[in-house]
Design a protein around this ligand. Sequence first.
Ligand code: T6T
Length: 324
Amino acid sequence: MLVLATGALVAGCGGQIGQNNDTPAQTGGATPANKNLDLVVGVKNEPFYISMQCGAEAAAKEAGYTITTQAPDKFDPTLQAPIVTALGAKKPAALLIAPTDDKTMAPQMKQIKDMGVKVIEVDTALQDTGIAVSSISSDNAQGGRLAAQTMAKLTSGKTGSVLVLDTKAGTSTTAARAKGFEEELKNSAPNLKSIGIQFTENEPSVAAQKVTAAISSTPDLVGVFATNLNTGEGAATGLRSAGKVGQVQLVGFDASPSEVEGLRAGAFQALIAQDPGMIGRTGVQQAIAAVEGKSVQRNISAPLVALTKEDMDKKAEFFYKTKC
Ligand code: T6T
């Protein structure tokens, strides 16, 4: 009950909210007899994590393991940390987790590791590489570089300014995307200059407000790079409300239904899509290998792909899901 009280279970893929319809929970740590896995994602009801959950559930089912998914209401370590702490009472064989902060989630994750639970990072990661046995993530720096190359093509030689929207300080993935973008922009589009990285707190309304403010303060703004789904959706709203859709190039990250629709409608000129289903699936495979004492790969990179209006339907397998 403690688990249910502290973390919202994510509905949709396997069973109903709060229902674990497979084998009963066992305690006792990471022995092969314990086939219970837990997944703690960054925020509930978000297509990136739902797609990850779908992949994780499919892989667990195939291997005869159970997996329970929980998420905080917001992408916030103060809400995610108690969910991890509460798992100490249940002691799953392994915990797959997308830590919402690269430092402040470390004590709770270490505590669960010290109980004998194998820890696998999916998507985001801690700075401390000694807690997880395996980390599965897109090559986020490369994703940022791909976004900069795409922005260079879209603006084809124009001179002007570009706004980079990061999410929250301490988010390993989006920080790497923003950094990769700024570095590559200097090579691919030396005539464009970044007006700096701004934080949206992973709130679409803040992203929208940052975009409208930049449009007012920067008359030569030619592009926006939004480093994740919420930031991208908010940036598109900002462009729409300023009447700048199609005039300011928007390169987003992720491929939520709203972003995909925005790409088709011309609010986004490109999206860098991840493969969250593969991240979830591979995370479970690594978790099971660790639990069963088999060899584990410390770092695994998941594919990324750039989508444009012209080629998006050929790459529809990269669109994120809202249910499995
Ligand atoms: O972009 C993904 C994920 O990779 C990132 O770490 C946090 O934001 C998302 O979940 C999208 O909202």
